[in-house]
Design a protein around this ligand. Structure first.
Ligand code: HEM
Length: 560
């Protein structure tokens, strides 16, 4: 009787022992990979297929059940742990989180190998339960969290034109117009709300402004700031953005799910509410009025057209794509709030941005547009420095087959962490990396005077403002009769990869730069931003998100 009663316990213990032995086996087994070798004495075109065995990268020994999770728990954020562990195990090392095999790559060369050279082997994403819950039970509905597939390639192509507008395109002009219009509405809202000298909860309003920019740009629809349904979904988008930027033990220990059931329900509620809103307030109406003979007005038209013309694109694909892209506004709003957090910590940064603004707008005779970016290098550099300093994590990639990285075997299913925190914060790559200093992204270049004039005149002509060339004198300082010293943003810094590289690189980066710039510059054009209690301004390392409820700011109208 006693033996029968203890049978389930015995079975449980045996299963547990077996699982642990399997984890150890998986950690140390050699990986067989087929490679093409040159044949001695033959032409380089003739190769032979050889199966080679590779050891996996070294790493700490995994504990039962939790693997190496306890090590990560000792740090404020996992990326700090990744950097610390690289000092012990080298730039490529293995971890076992729960029972999931992970590889952490910590230098530029290795990161390039994973994302570029061997990108075809690392197109998967982790199968976290949270990710599935957020996207209607299947993370493959999401553009950023799905595994690589033919459909994903198609979705990226569909989005590219609209979501990555190039400088000279009509989409770029539209982006500028949409951003400027929304900023006027935003300013009216602030004027009505702000009580001089008192703190103001700016984040929700910035998020709504950014949501309207995205919605107007992609769906030709915007919502009133007082619309309660709109307020709710903007809040839920922000909750999701914060959620996606957090790591939870349940991601690697799925048996903890029952303890997270309330949290999971909340996630499902956020995402279903958003989906319902988008369907009712945007898609339903647009679907009835689409005219296939007319050119696409916006991203929604392009999606609706593909729904009709392309068998691969389902209604579900369309809804989730719109949700994904509209949700991008949360990243921009959070980025602007982070930029303001640095402005209140270092007021001289705000002053320099304002000097740039005042210079090219002739002391506020017009508002900033997207066409001003070239002549506002310090403002653009501030946005880049926020991206570096907050070091947005790259969504982990997953190996889709057995392969190698830098001579280390990588088993199919291994989750790869790209430690761009190390790229962004190491003294190997930056001077004084702990300092927030936009100047690191600025360089002086000497240009022929005629060339400088031509560029500046072209910019002035193409601007909606009609501001004359002479007004840009500060950004184009005269040093010698024939040559000018120009400040500009440093481009192509090889170790600065805020939007990642390779086939899964961020699709929204031009929207981030564009709408982020317009929002930040317009706020600082109209207001001095400060805070009553600096200790309330809390940000998290290796995180481009702020909690939905965060610090308030004092906005004081500027006197010119
Ligand atoms: C602060 C702003 C943002 C940052 C720092 C950022 C950064 C990133 C990074 C690092 C990735 C992962 C790339 C990889 O896995 O290798 C990514 C993916 C992605 N981003 Fe962004 N992003 C931002 C805003 C946006 C916005 C506004 C949108 C859309 C409107 C967007 C759309 C996407 C999509 C769709 C992917 C997935 C691409 C794929 O997996 O194929 N992002 N982003």
């Amino acid at each position: 009787m006693g033996l029968i009663a203890s049978l389930p316990i015995l079975v449980f213990v045996l299963v547990w022992i077996f699982a642990y032995l399997n984890t150890i086996y998986e950690s140390y087994r050699k990986v067989k990979v087929k490679t093409q070798n040159f044949i001695k004495g033959k032409s380089p075109l003739e190769t032979e297929s050889v199966v080679m065995e590779y050891k996996q990268a070294p790493g700490p020994f995994p504990w039962p059940i939790i693997g190496n999770l306890a090590i990560l728990g000792q740090y404020e954020v996992p990326f700090e742990a990744f950097t610390a562990l690289s000092k012990i195990y080298g730039d490529a090392y293995s971890l076992t989180l729960g029972t999931t095999r992970c590889l952490v790559v910590n230098n530029l060369e290795l990161i390039r190998e994973v994302l570029n050279q061997n990108g075809k082997f690392f197109g998967g994403r982790p199968d976290f339960i949270r990710y599935n819950r957020l996207f209607g039970g299947d993370r493959n509905n999401s553009l950023a969290l799905c595994d690589w597939s033919h459909l994903q390639q198609k979705r990226r192509n569909l989005a590219r034109k609209h979501c990555s507008p190039r400088d000279a395109s009509t989409f770029f002009t539209k982006m500028s117009d949409v951003g400027c219009f929304e900023m006027q509405e935003f300013m009216s809202k602030l004027k009505a709300d702000i009580v001089p000298g008192q703190e103001y909860d700016l984040k929700p309003v910035i998020m709504q402004a950014c949501a309207n920019m995205f919605s107007q740009y992609m769906c030709s629809t915007r919502f009133d700031y007082e619309n309660s349904g709109f307020q709710v979904i903007v809040r839920y988008f922000d909750e999701i953005f914060w959620e996606i930027n957090q790591g939870y033990a349940v991601d690697f220990l799925p048996w903890l799910v029952p303890f997270y059931s309330k949290h999971m329900k909340k996630i499902v509620h956020w995402s279903t509410t958003i989906r319902k809103f988008i369907l009712e307030k945007i898609i339903d109406e647009r679907e009835q009025n689409i005219d296939l003979d007319e050119p696409d007005r916006d991203f929604t038209d392009a999606l609706l057209r593909s729904l009709i013309e392309d068998n691969d694109v389902s209604r579900n694909t369309l809804i989730f794509m719109l949700e994904d892209f509209l949700g991008g506004h949360s990243a921009v709003g959070n980025l602007v709030m982070l930029a303001l957090s640095h402005v209140v910590r270092q007021p001289e940064i705000g002053k320099r941005i304002q000097a740039e603004i005042d210079e090219i707008t002739e002391n506020g005779k017009r508002n900033i547009t997207l066409r001003d970016t070239e002549r506002m290098p310090y403002t653009v550099a501030t946005i880049y420095e926020v991206l570096r300093y907050s070091s947005s994590p790259i969504v982990p990639h997953v190996a889709t087959e057995d392969c190698t990285i830098s001579g280390h075997g990588v088993t199919k299913g291994t989750l790869v962490f790209i430690n761009n925190y190390e790229l962004n914060t190491s003294e190997k790559y930056w001077d004084n990396p702990k300092e927030f200093d936009p100047d690191r992204f600025i360089e002086k270049v000497i240009q022929e005077q005629s060339k400088v004039e031509k560029v500046a005149r072209k910019l002035s002509e193409s601007s909606d403002s009609g501001v004359e060339f002479e007004s840009h004198a500060q950004s184009v300082k005269v040093e010698a009769p024939k040559y000018e010293e120009v400040l500009r943003v440093r481009k192509n810094i090889p170790h600065f990869l805020p939007f990642s590289i390779g086939k899964r690189t961020c699709i929204g980066q031009n929207l981030v730069r564009g709408f982020g710039f317009i929002t930040l510059a317009n706020i600082l054009q109209q207001y001095d931003v400060s805070v009553k209690d600096l200790s309330a301004v809390k940000t998290v390392p290796a995180c481009v998100a702020l909690p939905p409820d965060t610090f308030s700011l004092v906005l004081t109208e500027r006197q010119r």
